[in-house]
Write a protein that binds this ligand. Structure first.
Ligand code: GDP
Ligand code: IMO
Ligand code: MG
Length: 427
């Protein structure tokens, strides 16, 4: 039995797609269990670059069963665009399964996302505007529509009518905005339902069966620990559970079935969207790292905010995820920097704190306490073993491992599959 959860330890975009792709080579199944098309996972295979938002990255191999589990919110338009995008590039998608329990992103969710961000003005969250928050709101309010509902057209029509009437009233009265035409939404979604039918399954059964039969199942986290609705920088978070426990809830798998939890750590920090970011670099060092790392959002194209590595964040991630190992990515982006800093603690009103603050207000006021390490001058892109790395790079990695209390399992030194240094048996 081998079930491995891969999570982001920071604010997303740590390189989960790359790490999953590397691990997926030896997996039988790859599962997305939370989030939706707010995610953007990039995988580079030789000359080819793939950007995936909804479909698990394992799809690129052709022989892995890929599952979109119950905890994901699915925008069918995006799903079929992604299926087309992959098929056009010669990637088969017949091994995709979608949970009948996954909630649907409806057109009114994206509109509500935009309207509420607009109304928040300077206090906006900087969402991806994909309707993620409003879709999870409807799920929690028990008025969401699910993939399985689409397969029962009469039932779907009745529920949609009730929900849409309410949404249209809300758009008109609270936002002075236009609503949606019932027949149009109904026809569009029923057509999606017919297209989706061959993929729909009871995915909790599918996943548990695979684990029980000793297959290797990989859980592909989206977003990152700091964007978790409970354990992140609330309210500047997403509306799902990117932490490892989210894999159990979202996939319908018990915690006793999980063997390993790997945290993906970008060798520095980035954040796209608003909210506190203690180690943010608002100077030329930050813009230099952004340029050399091409740090622009995979989903929205927004420039990512850049900062030094923050071990207070990583310790929070190690704790709330129960990490059994860390995979450090993008180490090569730091090539040529004279020195590197790591936040080891925060200073809050003159006092040193070592644990991640539990309030956004406090996080806004902390000053990082840095430790400085020497950088390296050579390019590390071609390193294939730890010994190929300059001693300064190895010292930086050792310090990350020490500060997080978690052992290194993999180091990534470039975008391609081959630019990877595995450090142990990963399953
Ligand atoms: P994800 O959302 O966590 O999957 O990360 P994204 O795909 O949004 O962003 C990570 C970016 O870093 C992608 O463009 C990857 O191709 C790239 N990447 C991943 N690992 C490395 C690495 O070790 N070095 C470099 N230079 N780029 C990397
Ligand atoms: P991957 O999987 C980085 C951020 C948004 C915003 C906040 C809420 O590629 O790492 P949402 O649209 O989810 O309601 O936006 O979360 N965000 C991400 N940031 N990577 C992601 O996914 C993200 N998904 C959401 O920028 O700050
Ligand atoms: Mg991303």
């Amino acid at each position: 039995m081998s079930a491995v959860v891969v999570v982001g330890t920071q604010w997303g975009d740590e390189g989960k797609g790359k790490v999953i792709d590397f691990l997926a080579r030896e997996a039988d199944m790859v599962v997305r269990h939370q989030g939706g098309n707010n995610a953007g996972h990039t995988v580079v295979v030789g000359e080819e670059e793939y950007k995936l938002h909804l479909i698990p990255s394992g799809i690129l191999y052709g022989d892995k069963l890929c599952v979109i589990a119950a905890g994901v919110v699915v925008d069918p338009r995006v799903l079929f665009e992604e299926i087309d995008y992959l098929e056009r590039r010669g990637i088969k998608t017949d091994r995709l399964r979608i949970s009948s329990q996954a909630h649907l992103i409806m057109p009114y969710h994206a509109r509500m996302d935009a309207l509420s961000e607009d109304r928040l003005g300077v206090h906006k969250l900087g969402t991806t505007l994909r309707g993620i928050g409003p879709a999870y709101m409807d799920k929690a309010a028990r008025v969401g529509l699910r993939v399985g509902d689409l397969l029962q057209p009469e039932f779907f029509a009745v529920r949609l009518k009730r929900v849409l009437d309410e949404k249209n009233r809300l758009f008109a009265r609270a936002y002075d905005a236009e609503g949606f035409d019932f027949d149009e939404v109904l026809q569009t979604y029923l057509a999606y339902g017919e297209q989706m039918r061959p993929y729909v399954a009871n995915t909790s059964v599918v996943i548990n069966q695979a684990i029980d039969e000793g297959e290797r199942v990989l859980f592909e986290g989206a977003q990152g620990t700091m964007l978790d609705i409970d354990h992140g920088t609330f309210p500047f978070v997403t509306s799902s559970h990117p932490v490892a426990g989210g894999a159990c809830i979202g996939a319908g798998v018990g915690p006793t079935k999980i063997d390993q939890v790997y945290g993906v750590v970008k060798a520095y920090t980035s954040r796209v969207g608003d909210g506190p970011f203690p180690t943010e670099l608002l100077n030329s060092v930050g813009s230099d790292i952004r340029d050399r790392g091409h740090e622009y959002g995979t989903t929205t194209g927004r420039p990512r905010r850049i900062g030094w590595l923050d071990s207070v964040v990583l310790r929070q991630a190690a704790r709330v995820n129960g990490l059994t190992g860390i995979a450090v990515t993008r180490l090569d982006v730091l090539d040529g920097l004279a020195e590197l800093k790591i936040a080891v603690a925060y200073r809050y009103r003159g006092e040193i704190i070592h644990e991640f603050p539990d309030s956004a207000e406090m996080l806004d006021l902390v000053e990082p306490e840095y430790e400085t390490l020497p950088g390296w001058t050579q390019s590390i892109n071609q390193a294939r073993r730890l010994e190929d790395l300059p001693k300064e790079a190895r010292a930086y990695l050792d310090r990350i491992s020490e500060l997080t209390g978690t052992s290194l399992v993999l180091v990534s030194v470039g975008r391609e599959r081959t630019n990877t240094i595995p450090l142990k048996e990963l399953y």
